[in-house]
Structures are given as C-alpha cells and as structure tokens.
Design a protein around this ligand. Structure first.
Ligand code: ATP
Length: 319
C-alpha cells in the first residue's frame, strides 16, 4: 500500500451540561454529540521508496512529514504539535513501532471554533494508521488511545449521535433521524480552556440563573432526536458554556440574534464557540438560512450541514 485516506466529521453539541471543576481541574460534562457533514481528511503516504522485500534496509524519509492544506489549513499547526501527528505517534508507541508515513491534512473544519476539528483529525489519523499497519487492535484499545489524545476524539472515531459523560469520552450511542443545521463560523477563535476558565470565574462571582448549571436532563432532546422531529427539538438546544463564550466574544449575541431573525427554529453557541449553530426545518430551509446569514458581518463562513453522519471512515486506499 502506498497511500490511504480517512475522513472524519466535525461535531456539534445539541445539549452541553457542565458540572463544577473537579480536583484535577477538569469539568464533568453531560453532552449530546452529533457528527455533522463537514469533514477534514488525513492521507498517509509511505515514506521514501519501499525497500526490496529481500533486504532489511528501511525507507529513508524525504520531504516534510506533515503538511496541512485546505480552506482552514492556515490556522492548524503544521508541526509535531498537530493533534493528528500526535495520534500517529501515540499509536506507534502503543504498537512498539516507528511512524513510517507522511501525513497530509486537508482542513475544512474551522480551527478553535468549537467543532472539534483537531479531534476529528486525531481520530482519522488513528483509524488510518491502524488500517495502514493492519494492526490487530481492538475498538476498546483505540478508544482508550483516543481518550488520551482529547475528550472529543473518542466521539470523532464513532460519529453518529451519542450521549457523552465524564470528560465526554464515555459514550452511549443513541438513535436519531436526519436533522439540518446552519453553522456560522466567526472571524475570531476561542480557546476551549479560556472558555472554561471564564465559566469558573462567572460561577464564582455571579449566582444568577444565567451562569449556573442550567442544561438539565438531556432526555427530552434525545427523544426529539430519535423522533427525527425538528419542531420537537425547539427550545432544547442548550449549552452551559454559552454565557462564558459570549462574555469573551460579545458579538456572538448578534450572530445568534441574526439567525433567529432569519427564521432559524433555534440557535445556540456550538461547544466552546465561537461557531453558532442554527436549527433548520429541512434541507431547503437550511440552504435558505445559510444564504441569508452569509450577509452577517460577524460571519466568516456559513455552512448548511446535516446530521448525524458516521465517524472516521476510510475514503480510499491505493495498493
Ligand atoms: P476543542 O473544543 O476540542 O478544543 P475546537 O474545535 O474548539 O476543539 P480545534 O479546532 O480542535 O478546536 O483546535 C484547538 C487548538 O488545537 C487550536 O488552537 C490548534 O492550535 C490546535 N491544533 C492541534 N492540531 C490541530 C488540528 N489538526 N486541527 C486544528 N487545530 C489543531
């Protein structure tokens, strides 16, 4: 095999409840994840010429080991700190091997936008390298490696619809019909740790209902998802991080308002933001909403997407 490509989807949080920070500095969460039809892809390619089968020489690295391209490529690190590269190294160390591939990342998912693009890339890289090496590795082992890389990486491997608990890595899959959304990515970026820190600050200084844990039970939203009924989901989009994201990026208020005024059925900040998520009634409504919202001054990219879609998937391999 000389090349393999795996794609992985962005996620949205339909329901995101955040508990108080624990002694390790993490916040337990209860979240409904869905994977949406916006994908990054990673391509692994053999390094150097393949040595003849009758020698024990090793391939010689040529050129950069990691390249990043795509419409969102400028904001993702093209170096070993990239989460996709760290995923390769973690799996290689788990398998007792050395990374012997180059990685080409095509980034379509906005970076630091609350869509878990880095996690998608890490999940794709794990799937790609496991397939490349034809590793005899269980799903549970891959999930454990994914959780080491980040809270959202396990979900990115599986996709679909799931209730995530713990730090988001403990997953329970749920059924769901098809839903249509508009994502509005903003000009700014928000760091996830900064948003959690702002939430802690707000909770220490403000006891109003706006910033306490307000998400409540995810059950009604799970039922609406199973029914495939967007009208039943109205009023159930909730995100405990939203007040903190808005405090750090006040323009989000205007973006959410623009979506509601344009006829979105419901609106919420996606994950740690600053992407905003708008519920549409169907595909035509999503296209119409996206068209209207593309004129919003705070909007950098406006995308109509659907959910749920699958997790990390092999797209192509060349033998
Ligand atoms: P999360 O909530 O999981 O932090 P996010 O969607 O808000 O996700 P990402 O797009 O995953 O944010 O990026 C978070 C940070 O991770 C970025 O600031 C970036 O520098 C770093 N990063 C490392 N690898 C990647 C990658 N492959 N794609 C995007 N960002 C990456």
């Amino acid at each position: 095999m000389s090349s393999i490509e795996v794609r992985a989807a962005a996620k949205i949080n339909i329901h995101l409840g955040v508990g108080p920070r624990d002694s390790d500095g993490f916040h337990p969460i209860q979240t409904i994840y869905q994977a949406v039809s916006l994908y990054d892809s990673v391509r692994l390619t053999a390094v150097g010429p393949t040595p003849p089968a009758d020698t024990d020489s090793v391939a010689v690295p040529t050129g950069p080991m990691l390249t990043v391209s795509g419409i969102e490529g400028a904001d993702a690190p093209p170096d070993p700190t990239n989460l996709a590269w760290r995923a390769l190294e973690l799996l290689a160390s788990h398998a007792g091997r050395t990374v012997d591939v180059t990685l080409a990342l095509d980034k379509q998912i906005p970076v630091a936008a609350g869509l878990a693009g880095g996690s998608a890339d890490a999940a794709a890289a794990l799937t790609a390298l496991a397939a490349w090496w034809r590793l005899d590795i269980s799903d549970n082992e891959l999930d454990a490696l994914a959780a080491e890389l980040g809270s959202d990486v396990t979900f990115a491997r599986h996709g679909g619809t799931a209730l995530g608990t713990g730090r988001g890595e403990r997953l329970q899959p749920y059924p769901a019909g098809e839903f249509h959304w508009v994502l509005v990515a903003s000009h700014g970026a928000l760091s996830t740790p900064a948003v959690y820190a702002e939430l802690d600050r707000q909770r220490e200084t403000d006891t109003s209902a706006a910033v306490v844990e307000r998400a409540g039970s995810p059950e009604p939203a799970l039922r609406a998802l199973a029914a495939g009924d967007p009208a039943a989901l109205v009023g159930l989009l909730v995100n405990d991080l939203e007040p903190a994201a808005i405090a750090l990026a006040p323009y989000l208020e205007a973006t959410l308002q623009a979506g509601r005024a344009a006829g979105a059925l419901d609106a919420v900040v996606s994950g740690s933001g600053p992407t905003c998520l708008f519920l549409a009634g169907d595909a035509a409504h999503a296209a119409e909403l996206a068209d209207t919202l593309s004129a919003t001054p705070t909007a950098r990219r406006v995308l109509a997407v659907h959910s749920p879609v699958r997790g990390a998937q092999l797209v192509e391999s060349e033998l």
